[in-house]
Write a protein that binds this ligand. Sequence first.
Ligand SMILES: O=P(O)(O)OC[C@H]1O[C@H](OP(=O)(O)OP(=O)(O)O)[C@H](O)[C@@H]1O
Length: 184
Amino acid sequence: MSREEGLPANLKAIVTAEQIQHRVVELGRQITADYAGKRIVIIGVLENAFVFMADLIRHIELPTVCQFVLSDIHDVEEGLAPAREIFFFPEVEVSGEHVLLIEGLVQSGLTTDFLVTNLMGRGAASIKTASLLNRQSSRKVSVQLDYFGFDIDDPYVVGYGLGAPHLGRNLPYVAATKPPEPGV
Ligand SMILES: O=P(O)(O)OC[C@H]1O[C@H](OP(=O)(O)OP(=O)(O)O)[C@H](O)[C@@H]1O
């Protein structure tokens, strides 16, 4: 059996394992330089961020506190207007801390926007954002990431932490694929 077993046969690698490792080292160096003399509270948004965060933190040569939050996102209709409900847990203690929020993929920007506002409301001294993948063309709110690995346009991707919906998170590369059928 291979890692790809059970995923659609037409997987197309769009970012190789080597490109990811190279970029993660660069990002770690940049973050280390930008936060020189500070400790960072790193908050990973599960589940997509877990592989990226695990690799990135080992290239940050500063004291870090690492925590994860799990987001629960529902798109709902409020009257005629589409709206999104976002919950995340557990509560994180960030008062006075320099926070780096880490995601696997930012697309509409709604999750990042919500989390940044929420963490600022909890008294963080500063907040920056990092994501492995940036689907800039899908933005619905104006979110500019401070750090990202790769800009992508493909409608659905899998690998390096991202699942379809949960299978394939252990691929060392990122591949374009067709979106999973609802309920799979
Ligand atoms: O920019 P946005 O449009 O708000 O989308 C970004 C969110 O969506 C993805 O998670 P998703 O819930 O799809 O997957 P996961 O549960 O596998 O992490 C991604 O990891 C972000 O958390």
